[in-house]
Design a binder for this molecule. Structure first.
Ligand SMILES: *Cc1c(COP(=O)(O)O)cnc(C)c1O
Length: 346
C-alpha cells in the first residue's frame, strides 16, 4: 500500500522548514519590525502571506475541498518541479508520461535528472493501461496523467486513473489544467480514497490569470506538508495573491466567459470541418482544438503570414499534420475561419 515516507527522498524527509518572519506570531499588532522590510507603505513593501490563506479560502469553496488539501504554486510548473524534487532521486528515479502530452513533465524531469519513460497513448488517444502498468519498475516514482490532455483534448477515464493508482505505490499526478472546460471529469473526489493521487489545476486557463502564475495542487495533507516545507517561503507574490482574490470573487464573470469559450468551441469545430484543407477536427474537452490539415506546412506558413500564431504539434506522435488552435474571442475565431477559407490548396 502507498506509504509517502517510503518514496520521499532522505534529505527531504530531514529538512526543517525555514520559519518565516510571521510564522511565530498571530494576533493584532501595529508595529512590524521583524522582517527588515521598508516601513513606508506602497502596497508591496511587506512580504506576502507565505500560506496564501485568502486565496485558499476562496479556492476551497469553489473546488469543494478543505484548505489543508490545497497547495498554491508559482504556476503549475513550480508544482511539477517540487513533486520531482520531493520523491525523485537524481540519476536514479524515473517518471512515466503518456505522450502526446504536455512538454513540461519531460523538461522538468531533465532538469531534475529524472529518467522519463514514455508510454504513448493509442492512436485514438486512449491510454494503453496494460503498457502503463508494465512500465512501472522499482525506481518509478511518478506517473503523469493529463486530463483533459494537452494537445489531444481528450479525457482519461476515472476508472483508468483508479486502476493505475491502485496498482502503483508512487504518485499519480493528474494534471487537470483544463478541467474547468469539463468539470464533470475531475478526479479531485478520489484524493481521500487514493492518497497517492495528486491533482493539479491552474488559474491560467479558464480563470484567465496566466500572467499571475497561480498553479493549484490538491492532495493529501501528508503530501501538502512536504510541499509546503520545500517551496520557497514567499513563492506566490502579493500582487498575484490580490489578483486571485479579486478574480475568484467574481464567479459570475468567470461563468460568462467560460460559457462563451465553450459555445465558440462548438461553433468553430463545426465550421472548421467544412473547410477544404481541414482533414480532421478532433473532439475536445478543453479550450483548444487539435486540427489535422492537408498541406500542413504551407497552411501553417499562411496563418503566420496573416498574423495568426497557432501551435505546431505536427511532430508529436499521432499528430502528423496537426495544429493546435486555442479558442479566441468571437472576432478572432471568425478571422481565423475567414483566413482559412481564402487559403488556396497548393
Ligand atoms: C497550460 C497548462 C498548465 C498550466 O501551467 P501554469 O504553469 O499553471 O500556467 C499545466 N498543465 C498543462 C497540461 C497545461 O496545458
Amino acid at each position: 500500500m502507498f506509504d509517502l515516507n517510503s518514496i520521499l527522498r532522505e534529505n527531504i524527509r530531514r529538512v526543517k522548514p525555514y520559519s518565516s518572519a510571521r510564522d511565530d506570531f498571530s494576533g493584532e499588532a501595529s508595529v512590524w519590525i521583524d522582517a527588515n522590510e521598508n516601513p513606508f507603505n506602497t502596497g508591496i513593501n511587506r512580504y506576502p502571506d507565505p500560506h496564501q490563506q485568502e486565496v485558499k479560502r476562496l479556492l476551497a469553496q469553489i473546488k469543494g475541498v478543505d484548505i489543508e488539501n490545497l497547495f498554491i504554486g508559482n504556476g503549475s510548473d513550480e508544482i511539477i518541479d517540487l513533486l520531482y524534487r520531493i520523491v525523485c532521486e537524481p540519476s536514479k528515479s524515473n517518471a512515466i508520461i503518456l505522450p502526446p502530452t504536455y512538454g513540461m513533465y519531460a523538461v522538468s524531469a531533465d532538469i531534475n535528472d529524472v529518467v522519463v519513460k514514455k508510454v504513448y497513448l493509442n492512436e485514438d488517444f486512449s491510454p494503453n493501461v496494460e503498457a502503463i502498468l508494465n512500465a512501472i519498475d522499482k525506481e518509478t516514482r511518478i506517473i503523469f496523467i493529463c486530463s483533459p490532455n494537452n494537445p489531444t483534448g481528450s479525457i482519461i477515464p476515472q476508472d483508468v486513473i483508479e486502476k493505475i493508482a491502485a496498482s502503483f505505490d508512487g504518485l499519480v499526478v493528474v494534471d487537470e489544467a483544463y478541467i474547468d472546460f469539463a468539470p464533470e471529469a475531475t478526479v479531485v473526489g478520489l484524493i481521500d480514497r487514493y492518497p497517492n493521487i495528486y491533482v493539479m489545476q491552474t488559474l491560467s486557463k479558464a480563470w484567465g490569470m496566466a500572467g499571475a502564475r497561480l498553479g493549484i495542487g490538491i492532495g493529501s495533507t501528508a503530501i501538502q506538508s512536504v510541499m509546503a516545507k520545500v517551496k520557497a517561503p514567499y513563492n506566490v507574490n502579493i500582487l498575484s495573491q490580490q489578483v486571485a482574490v479579486n478574480t475568484l470573487g467574481d464567479v459570475e464573470g468567470f461563468r460568462l466567459k467560460l460559457q462563451t469559450i465553450l459555445e465558440e468551441r462548438e461553433w468553430l469545430q463545426k465550421e472548421l470541418s467544412t473547410i477544404d484543407v481541414v482533414q480532421k477536427v478532433y473532439p475536445s474537452d478543453a479550450n483548444f482544438l487539435l486540427v489535422r490539415f492537408i498541406d500542413f506546412h504551407s497552411v501553417f506558413r499562411y496563418l503566420v503570414d496573416n498574423g495568426i500564431v497557432a501551435r505546431d504539434r505536427s511532430k508529436e506522435k499521432w499528430c502528423e499534420g496537426c495544429i493546435r488552435l486555442t479558442i479566441g474571442t468571437p472576432d478572432e475565431n471568425l478571422f481565423l475561419l475567414e483566413t482559412l477559407r481564402t487559403y488556396k490548396m497548393q
